[in-house]
Structure formats: C-alpha cells, structure tokens
Design a binder for this molecule. Sequence first.
Ligand code: URA
Length: 190
Amino acid sequence: QLEELEKEVLTCRRCGLRAGCQQMVFGEGGPGLLVIGEGPGADEDRLGRPFVGAAGQLLDKILAAGGFDRKTNAYIANVVKCRPPYNRVPTAQECAACLPHLRAQLEILKPKIVLLLGATALHAVLQTSEGITRARGIWQEREGVYYLPTYHPAALLRDPRKKIDVWKDIQSLVAKYREVVDPGHTSPYC
Ligand code: URA
C-alpha cells in the first residue's frame, strides 16, 4: 500500500517545490510510532531518505533513547515531501498541497502515537496556530490517535538548552507507547 502511494506521490506537481528539488522524499520505517518532521533538507534531497543529515543523526539518537528506531518500530515522514529552496520553511500553501499525502500515509500506517517535530508539523497536522514552545510536551488526542508535539532536532542543534525538554517528552512518549501500543516496550533509558 505504501509502495503504491509512493508511486502516486512521485508524479505529484501540486505545488512548485518539485520543480526546484532533486527528488521526492517519501518516508521510511516500520509500524508503531509515526514521527513527522518539516521537509527534506539538502542531504535528504540528495539521498532520497528522510532525516539523514545532522538533525537526522540527532533524531536517531533521541529515538534510540526511547527504544525506537526506523528499522523496526518507527516510521519517519515529513509534512512536505520535496525540499524547499534554501531550506526555507514551507509555506502554508505548500503544506496544504502536500498534506493529503501525509494523511494517506497515516491512513495506511494507522499509528496510535504520533510525534510532531517542530512548529511546521504541529501546525499542519493539528491545524492549530499554537506556538511550539507552549504546545510541546502536551498530548493532543484526535479520533483515538495521540499526538505529542516536541522541538525539532534542528532547534536542539541551535539551542542545546532545549534538550532537557525533549528528554522529558521522550519519557512521556515511552510511557504512552507502553500504555496504548506495547506494554512490553523496552528502552535503554526509560
Ligand atoms: N528536517 C526535517 O524536517 N526533515 C528531514 O527529513 C530532515 C531535516
């Protein structure tokens, strides 16, 4: 199903981003937790995989601390599938144009828990204008799915003081995952 959808998205020209990037970055991982970022950067655009640059390496470490990885129990996707030029934040129109693809991924993966990385993911997925600083760490339930907004790993690279809050969010994520997905979930640190 995901492969079918990926083929469909390959031909998407709903916004102008595809014309300015090298390739569409669909997403990757396994069933369990869904992690949603903003959009591909230069490394992701070159390799066709999400979160493979500096922010991606930090994301892998953060997820690993909670017992998650993209090979087994976490799927990594982005709000927009094509790299915005100069890594600018995707516009509301670009996010809206791409959102049906993400919704289709959600429909197939049927995650019970979704981790939203940064303001773009928070705004696009939950259709809110709340700031990430206020919203982070607070679970929001929509139609039986639990969403947890947290800081984007790129924000942690710019301001390492935010790491303590993300650590709290990961502990909360692990607790919720044990509650609603897998009581036997193990993680090295919490
Ligand atoms: N930042 C994102 O939001 N997504 C990626 O895939 C990489 C960096």
